[in-house]
Every structure is written in C-alpha cells, then in structure tokens.
Design a protein. Structure first.
Length: 80
C-alpha cells in the first residue's frame, strides 16, 4: 500500500490525516485514519465516492461533515 497525507480544511482549521492507497483487480480503495478510526473511501455503483465506517465509529462520534470534507479533497484531486 502506498501511504500519503490528506490535507483537509474543515471549520476553518487545516487538518492532516494519514492515508493509504490499496489497489485491487477491480479498482482502488483509500484508507484514511480519522482520529484512530479507519475510514474506507471507494466508488459506489454509480461512480460516486462513498465512505465506509466500522461500527465502532458511532461510538467515537466522527463528524459527518469532516468525512464529507475528506471526500471533497479526493474529488478535487479526481482520484479513483
């Protein structure tokens, strides 16, 4: 897996998250560490980006707006 840093501006703050790119025979997935929770970002059946969070994410109260801001970074980069 290739590792990288994801810069996100959210609520007026510049945040950085560690990410990994995994390639598969059918495409790619991005794994982003959001405060200790691994969020998987991939294309859905319609070609849009979606985030998949583990069940434990609900216990940590990850802000939906933050996830949307991370996805917007990838959309701007036109990855996947």
């Amino acid at each position: 897996m290739e590792e990288f840093e994801v810069p996100v501006i959210y609520k007026g703050k510049e945040l950085f998250f560690n990410g990994k790119l995994a390639t598969f025979s059918y495409g790619y997935k991005l794994y982003v560490d959001v405060d200790g929770t691994e969020v998987v970002i991939e294309r859905d059946d319609h070609g849009d980006l979606r985030a998949l969070l583990p069940d434990v994410a609900s216990e940590k109260n990850i802000d939906k707006g933050l996830i949307e801001a991370i996805i917007e970074v990838f959309k701007e980069l036109q990855v996947l």
